[in-house]
Design a protein around this ligand. Structure first.
Ligand SMILES: *[C@@H]1O[C@H](CO)[C@@H](O)[C@H](O)[C@H]1NC(C)=O
Ligand SMILES: *[C@@H]1O[C@H](CO)[C@@H](O)[C@H](O)[C@H]1NC(C)=O
Ligand SMILES: *[C@@H]1O[C@H](CO)[C@@H](O)[C@H](O)[C@H]1NC(C)=O
Ligand SMILES: *[C@@H]1O[C@H](CO)[C@@H](O)[C@H](O)[C@H]1NC(C)=O
Ligand SMILES: *[C@@H]1O[C@H](CO)[C@@H](O)[C@H](O)[C@H]1NC(C)=O
Ligand SMILES: *[C@@H]1O[C@H](CO)[C@@H](O)[C@H](O)[C@H]1NC(C)=O
Ligand SMILES: *[C@@H]1O[C@H](CO)[C@@H](O)[C@H](O)[C@H]1NC(C)=O
Length: 390
């Protein structure tokens, strides 16, 4: 295990020394997905919101229990590498069941139901739900075509620093997450309320579509101010903020317009900083909302009258330069600029998200959404060597 971590650091060092060694020309004709960068489709599940929260996830959690177990075991092993005495891990475990009980309804009940159906300790499912957001790197794009039609796409990049597999030249967690990706159709009265692609076992949302109305993705925002203080405050009893992906889920489930969604994402108090990328159903309705815990710091809107036909977010504030070793923004802008507005389409965005280093070793999946047709498609990804580690 230690060797794995050392190997990960070595990979990081190589990437730091060689500036953007993995970039490539903007990809074309990658869609429909085939070939070495495509590693499969994901299964569909219906989540029935008419059921009590504890029963909603039962079928899915039961079918995915082995994959979930493998992932959680791995995460625990990693925690032991960093905290060899195991004391912290033990302390955490004992506190996690309690932490789960402090989470708001219906999330607390849903997590209990998942633990039961997956036959897993409740604390493990809680850690998975809390832990996931912390190590996510992503790229999200909203683009408007010449007719005002909106497209929204994202790469989900996850697994950084959680162990490098030398034989496979891949991040171990990234590999273990792929079998957990599922496509979810949340229904009431047998009708779709919203759809999402997500990791099995996780009750918050990081990507989703409310057909005909809006699409939404969330990206991690690293920030010294705020950071995870909110999570500690929560633990010590000050619970006035929202867990970010619970807010995203709630907006997808209960907001009924772009404006309402935007208002909630802009003004709701959060536990940690985040980026929300939101698009509506008509020209100009696209924005990247940069959030601190308490306030909206910036809203970057589409605006066809000023030629702003796309907005995009990786994991850096748009008014700051990205880390030199992790600049996915410049290549994404370059490829979007080359695409041009008249060529915007689902395949065009898939091409952009297939270009290294926007596609990298952390990329679990690519999700493509088109609001007017209510379409959401998710594809598992591979990044064959040579490929940026992130
Ligand atoms: C490494 O790759 C092989 C073949 O692709 C696969 O069977 C194996 O599960 C992978 N190992 C890990 C840890 O992902
Ligand atoms: C949903 O459909 C199933 C069968 O397709 C039916 O048994 C059930 O009563 C329906 N539920 C609602 C709330 O309409
Ligand atoms: C959505 O609203 C309903 C009705 O107010 C509420 O019961 C439900 O918990 C809400 N869902 C989420 C995820 O917040
Ligand atoms: C677009 O969304 C609004 C709510 O924001 C809704 O009233 C309207 O019907 C939608 N338009 C279409 C064409 O679906
Ligand atoms: C679009 O740009 C125009 C001109 O700068 C400005 O007046 C308008 O408020 C902008 N719209 C949005 C939604 O930002
Ligand atoms: C893309 O185009 C925009 C608008 O013309 C420009 O501001 C930006 O510098 C271009 N970026 C790249 C990487 O080409
Ligand atoms: C984009 O559209 C223009 C004009 O419609 C066409 O000439 C060009 O080849 C297209 N480019 C791509 C990358 O599809």
């Amino acid at each position: 295990m230690r060797a794995v971590v050392v190997a990960a650091l070595a990979v990081a060092l190589v990437a730091v020394l060689a500036k953007d060694p993995y970039g490539e020309d903007c990809r074309i004709q990658q869609y429909p997905p085939t070939g070495a960068t495509f590693s499969g489709n994901i299964p569909n599940y219906i989540i029935n919101l008419d059921l009590p929260p504890r029963e909603r996830w039962a079928q899915m959690a039961n079918e995915k229990k082995n994959e979930l177990k493998v992932l959680i075991e791995h995460i625990k092993k990693i925690m032991f590498v960093f905290f060899p005495s195991g004391k912290l891990v033990q302390l955490l475990e004992s506190k996690l069941v309690w932490l789960g009980s402090t989470l708001p309804y219906p999330f607390n009940e849903e997590i209990k139901g998942i633990a039961e159906a997956a036959d897993a300790p409740l604390g493990d499912i809680v850690v998975f739900n809390v832990f996931y957001e912390i190590f996510t790197l992503c790229t999200s794009i909203v683009a408007e075509d010449k007719t005002g039609k909106l497209y929204h796409a994202r790469n989900l990049d996850f697994g950084l620093f959680l162990g490098w597999d030398i034989k496979n030249s891949s991040w171990i967690v990234t590999q273990k997450l792929k079998p957990l990706m599922v496509s979810l159709d949340f229904q009431k009265n047998n009708k779709t309320v919203f759809r999402s692609s997500n990791l099995a076992g996780y009750v918050g949302m990081v990507s989703g579509i409310k057909p005909g109305l809006f699409t939404l993705t969330m990206n991690e925002r690293f920030s010294i101010d705020g950071g995870y203080i909110g999570v500690f405050e929560w633990i010590f009893g000050k619970r006035d903020g929202w867990w970010m992906s619970f807010l995203t889920r709630s907006v997808l489930e209960n907001s009924t317009s772009y404006e309402e969604a935007k208002d909630r994402l802009t003004n709701t108090r959060l536990l940690a900083p985040a980026y929300f990328i939101l698009a509506g159903n008509q020209s100009g309705q696209g924005s990247v909302i940069t959030r601190s815990r308490t306030a909206s710091l910036d809203i970057w809107n589409l605006n066809s009258s000023t030629g702003v036909w796309y907005v995009l977010e990786t994991n850096y504030d748009r008014w700051k330069v990205p880390l030199i070793v992790d600049d996915r923004r410049t290549p994404a802008m370059k490829c979007l600029n080359q695409t041009m507005q008249q060529n915007v389409s689902t395949p065009a965005l898939y091409n952009v998200l297939s270009t290294k280093p926007i596609l990298n070793k952390l990329t679990v999946s690519t999700t493509l959404m088109e609001v007017s047709e209510g379409r959401i498609e998710t594809y598992l990804r591979n990044c064959p060597d040579p490929c940026s580690p992130w």
